[in-house]
Design a protein around this ligand. Structure first.
Ligand SMILES: [Zn+2]
Length: 274
């Protein structure tokens, strides 16, 4: 084995060790690990891949995640942003894990924040390079937007020294998909996320109004994938109260993750992801 090969082998071994450590310590962190025994916590981790769940979220698709009554999945789109740390703090205070669908350009501009999201055990999904209206672009341009966004997110995560995490979760900006793009993503083993409940936090409202709107919607729906936007100040401000609402009303948070490293369902070079 020459020097270069030895170095490559050593790097792979380090990555594999890190991947195992992440798999053990990361997504499966139990409520018992939470410093506050009365925190909301993360009830369970659900591993999904595109083979079984190519498209999820009843706002856009016929299928969604197999959630039980009173189970919710928290998702945050369009970050990273200046308000993201406030959301991360609220989640950490309650030992709750979420999924962040990042836009590539701000991800490149805020690498520390991207790494912090992953380091705190949240799942990172992708949300294009510039949050373009993909249905208005040519297929080639739309795929370029998708792939440039994924590359930006991944390069920020790799810089962290973590194993290459090609998280195969994607959400269309404005939920504007096309059949051809959906087919393309499915062929690449990428899960396309919609949502079951919208916080509608693109509409300007006070944090109190925001809390009432989403808690009322959840009370009716009783479960589901909830869509928030961490760059929205009204959302960042209301998340602590929303997590209290979940706890007081006996909701349980489900953390969704891609399959671990080496799973054939995520072949083509995918590694353990966060
Ligand atoms: Zn978006």
């Amino acid at each position: 084995m020459n020097k270069a090969k030895r170095a490559a082998a050593a790097a792979m071994k380090t990555a594999a060790t890190a991947a195992v450590a992440f798999a053990v310590l990361g997504p499966s962190a139990k409520a018992a690990d939470c410093p506050r025994p009365d925190a909301l916590g993360t009830a369970r981790t659900l591993t999904i891949d595109a083979a079984k769940y190519p498209r999820i979220g009843t706002k856009s698709f016929p299928e969604t995640l197999p959630l039980e009554d009173h189970e919710v999945v928290l998702t945050f789109d369009d970050g990273p942003a200046a308000t993201t740390p406030k959301v991360l703090k609220a989640l950490a205070d309650e030992c709750v894990k979420a999924t962040f669908f990042l836009v590539g350009k701000p991800a490149l501009e805020m690498p520390a924040l991207v790494r912090r999201i992953a380091a705190e055990g949240h799942t990172v999904g992708h949300h294009t390079w510039t949050h373009a209206h993909l249905a208005h672009l040519s297929q080639a341009d739309a795929l370029a937007e998708i792939d440039r966004g994924i590359a930006a997110d991944e390069s920020m995560l790799r810089g962290h020294g973590a194993p290459l995490s090609e998280t195969k979760f994607f959400r269309f900006p404005y939920f504007e998909s096309t059949p051809a793009l959906l087919d393309n993503l499915q062929s690449r083993g990428i899960v396309v996320w919609g949502a079951d409940l919208w916080a509608s936090d693109w509409n300007l409202m006070t944090p109190e109004e925001q809390l009432k709107l989403i808690s009322d919607r959840l009370t009716v729906a009783r479960k589901g994938i909830i869509l928030f936007h961490d760059p929205r100040a009204q959302t960042a401000a209301m998340i602590p109260a929303f997590l209290r609402f979940l706890r007081e009303n006996h909701y349980r948070v489900v953390h969704v993750v891609p399959p671990p490293a080496g799973n054939p369902a995520v072949a083509t070079g995918a590694h353990a992801t966060r």
